[in-house]
Write a protein that binds this ligand. Structure first.
Ligand code: NAI
Length: 331
């Protein structure tokens, strides 16, 4: 099948080409993201393959349908960037990668937590300048602390398991509690207890209308003073301006994010030679107790290999009329 691959980076090409040796599709790579201006590039391709910041809203999907596209294959887990109702109305199927390596994202969340707590980002910069002062680098033992996991799905549970291994008291919050989370040593708690007790909060729920700005001024005011906040899920879970206020006042002790609400215009690009027109992100990046990574939590060899193989397998299922194992449809 002819597949237009948008937002294609070198690692996408490398791993998709490797997976395609067995799948045998025709891949056309476009470095630009899919949006209303670039959608014309997909004309004549039966499938498009998109990533987290490509935009498949109703108007883009309409243009895709007119160009002959019948399948949108997300090479990621989240699907908040696709208008599923519009896709259904247009007869376009949508697939995603439900399960690749929850370890990749969970381990990155742990790396961010460790780094922000022990100020590794600051130590790294100092020692490159032969500054071996320890002033301002004190962290705290994670062992014995309370870590809250918001969203105890696949990634949240791997994160929780690692934190249990560290000797933390792991509490969780999920709309649909899972016995597996409790079996690995976690305990469900209500929002009040999470606020009062959690030394660290890590976000692992999807972005939905319900979870949009789940971390807002009110939630932050309930949090334990000096708590650390980690977000590897979606930027829209956090009201970034409220978080900046909480960092300024010391209510929040540190923030480490792999995702940012306005990342679509910024992430996955080298903007080092430009003045970035985003005052909120500029401000965040100046804070010594903030770490930002550019949506790289998924980026391990194992995860990307599985993502590419699963995506192409879904296209083959579609092409051969088989049931779509990884279909996502409007509920
Ligand atoms: P999952 O579907 O296994 O788990 C999500 C959990 O969130 C479920 O247990 C669900 O019940 C819970 N949830 C849903 N609505 C909720 C609510 N209103 N309040 C509390 N919990 C709620 O998903 P998985 O695989 O663990 O992924 C989680 C998220 O991680 C994805 O939605 C995606 O946004 C993000 N992600 C980020 C990546 C990165 O590279 N930074 C890569 C992959 C995923």
């Amino acid at each position: 099948m002819e597949i237009a691959v948008f937002s294609a980076k070198s690692y996408d090409r490398q791993h998709l080409d490797a997976a395609n040796a067995a799948a045998g599709h025709q891949l056309k790579y476009f470095e630009v993201p899919l949006d209303s201006e670039t959608v014309g590039l997909a004309a004549g391709h039966g499938a498009v393959c998109i990533f987290v910041n490509d935009r498949a809203d109703a108007s883009v999907l309409g243009a895709l349908a007119r160009g002959g596209t019948k399948l949108v294959a997300l090479r990621c887990t989240g699907f908040n960037n696709v208008d599923l109702k519009a896709a259904q109305a247009l007869g376009i199927k949508v697939v995603r990668v439900v399960d690749y390596s929850p370890n990749s994202v969970a381990e990155h969340a742990v790396a961010l937590l460790m780094a922000i707590n022990r100020k590794i980002h600051r130590a790294y910069n100092r020692t490159r300048d032969f500054n071996f002062s320890l002033e301002g680098l004190m962290g705290f033992d994670l062992c014995g602390k309370t870590v809250a996991v918001i969203g105890t799905g696949k990634i949240g549970r791997v994160f929780a398991k690692i934190m249990v291994g560290f000797g933390c008291n792991v509490i969780g919050y999920d709309k649909y509690p899972s016995p597996e989370f409790e079996a690995l040593g976690g305990r469900y708690a209500d929002e009040g207890e999470i606020g009062t007790c959690a030394d660290c909060i890590s976000l692992h729920c999807p972005l939905t209308p319900e979870t949009h700005h789940i971390i807002n001024a009110e939630a932050l005011s309930r949090a334990k003073r000096g708590a650390l906040l980690i977000n590897t899920s979606r930027g829209g879970l956090i009201d970034t301006e409220a978080v900046i206020d909480a960092l300024r006042s010391g209510q929040l002790g540190g923030l480490a994010i792999d995702v940012y609400e306005q990342e679509a215009e910024l992430f996955f690009r080298d903007l080092s030679g430009t003045i970035v027109d985003d005052a909120v992100l500029q401000q965040l990046i100046t804070f010594p107790n903030v770490i930002v990574t550019g949506h790289q939590a998924f980026l391990t060899r194992e995860a990307v290999t599985t993502i590419c193989e699963t995506t192409l397998r879904s296209v083959t299922e579609f092409e051969t009329g088989k049931p779509l194992t990884n279909e996502v449809s409007a509920s």
